[in-house]
Design a protein around this ligand. Structure first.
Ligand SMILES: Cc1cc2nc3c(=O)[nH]c(=O)nc-3n(C[C@H](O)[C@H](O)[C@H](O)COP(=O)(O)OP(=O)(O)OC[C@H]3O[C@@H](n4cnc5c(N)ncnc54)[C@H](O)[C@@H]3O)c2cc1C
Ligand code: SF4
Length: 339
């Protein structure tokens, strides 16, 4: 590991100012991804700015029923929070599907969103990788790419985004709150936070240099909605998704009032399945309708030599999860109309 400086910030302003003085620094959350990458010289920051003393450890209910999750809330605490378990089960299930108990105790909400791809070429500095070192090529395209993207990839990069939590946040229409020092605070929809690789695979997200994730904000959950997360992986635990699905569904008189569907493990970002959603809104969610909608979405897939199996895997996962949610939503008492 290369030598680096260390600053422990006690306020957001102090952290942003420390970054401004030392551009190219990295913020430190739980360190479970960043420190690993530093050990392998994939990340070589001059300074680590430790955020863990900042007051960002709370899960707070907002007046209208939204939930504001501080960026330093550990993944285990968020998964176990009573309001998350009761109102956003897909989020709790996604968190518990990730990493291990020990890692989840340390990993933070902000760090989880900004963890880097697990592409083996990215993690090995002796290999070409446009994400780690722009212009060097992509080792995975003609190499080992069984785990890589089937949707939204580019000539430059075919990596997938690894976070399970981010997939649930995309389906739940969450927002990411960012603090940019003198530029103030802004919010970005979770669906827009991570980028497709395009010509700039080195940029995973729309975050600006020096910005700090301060919170994730979940919109109020409808009492009639049901949600779920399911993940397919090579081992029962401690493995990243080959494909995963987060879905939220609400029925009205046997028809779909609201549906949101997001895939993980298939693309450079959580993949919100807007084509499938558009086909299902207002429809009777029969098995055929669900399957048709999911297939319409996955018709956009461009699998590579060794990963076409992911398309079928994702289709089965999505159909199963939506089928389960249709049954669960049907058992819910109807939601009273507001007008
Ligand atoms: C063996 C193993 C298995 C794993 N399996 C899974 C899995 O199945 N699913 C899954 O989703 N994850 C998995 N993970 C990843 C794990 O969830 C992440 O390492 C963790 O969530 C990262 O959080 P952290 O707080 O430790 O981030 P850090 O390592 O501290 O930081 C990660 C990145 O975020 C930046 N950062 C951190 N906090 C902020 C902030 N508030 N504002 C701005 N920048 C910030 C850092 O600078 C760094 O670039 C696994 C990890 C390991 C080691
Ligand atoms: S897929 Fe992306 S991260 Fe992996 S080697 Fe290619 S450019 Fe690098």
């Amino acid at each position: 590991m290369k030598p680096f400086g260390y600053v422990r910030a006690t306020s957001l302003q102090e952290a942003a100012a420390a970054y401004a003085r030392r551009p190219g620094s990295r913020y430190l959350g739980g360190g479970t991804n960043l420190v690993d990458l530093m050990k392998h010289d994939v990340e070589t920051p001059g300074t680590l700015i430790d955020l863990t003393r900042l007051p960002l450890h709370e899960v707070e209910e907002q007046p209208a029923g939204a939930l504001r999750v501080g960026a330093l809330v550990p993944n285990s605490d968020l998964a176990a929070h009573p309001l998350v378990r009761s109102r956003y089960p897909a989020l709790s299930q996604a968190l518990l599907a990730g990493a291990s108990g020990q890692l989840r105790n340390v990993a933070t909400t902000g760090g989880n969103l900004l963890q880097r791809t697990r592409c083996p070429y990215f993690q090995d500095v002796s290999k070409p990788c446009n994400k780690r070192e722009p212009g060097t090529g992509c080792g995975a395209r003609d190499g080992v790419h069984r785990d890589h993207a089937v949707l939204g990839h580019s000539e430059q990069c075919i990596a997938t985004h690894p976070s399970d939590m981010a997939v649930a946040l995309a389906a739940l229409d969450a927002e990411i709150e960012l603090y940019g020092g003198e530029q103030g605070t802004r919010r970005v929809a979770a669906t827009e936070f991570h980028r497709l690789p395009g010509e700039e695979p080195e940029r995973d997200t729309v975050i600006r240099p020096g910005e700090i994730i301060t919170a994730v904000v979940l919109p109020p959950a409808s009492t009639g909605a049901v949600s779920r997360y399911r993940k397919a992986r090579d081992r029962a635990s401690y493995a990243f998704a080959l494909a995963s699905v987060a879905a939220v569904l609400e029925l009205d008189d046997g028809r779909v009032r609201h549906v949101s569907l997001a895939f993980g493990g298939l693309a450079h970002r959580p993949w919100r399945a807007t084509t499938a959603e558009e086909r299902l809104i207002g429809a009777e969610p029969t098995d055929d309708a669900v399957r048709g909608a999911v297939e319409a979405e996955l018709a956009r897939a461009r699998p590579l030599r060794d990963n076409a199996f992911k398309v079928g895997l994702a289709r089965r996962l999505a159909c199963d999860v939506l089928g389960d949610l249709v049954r669960a939503a049907g058992e819910r008492p109807p939601v009273p109309r507001t007008s």
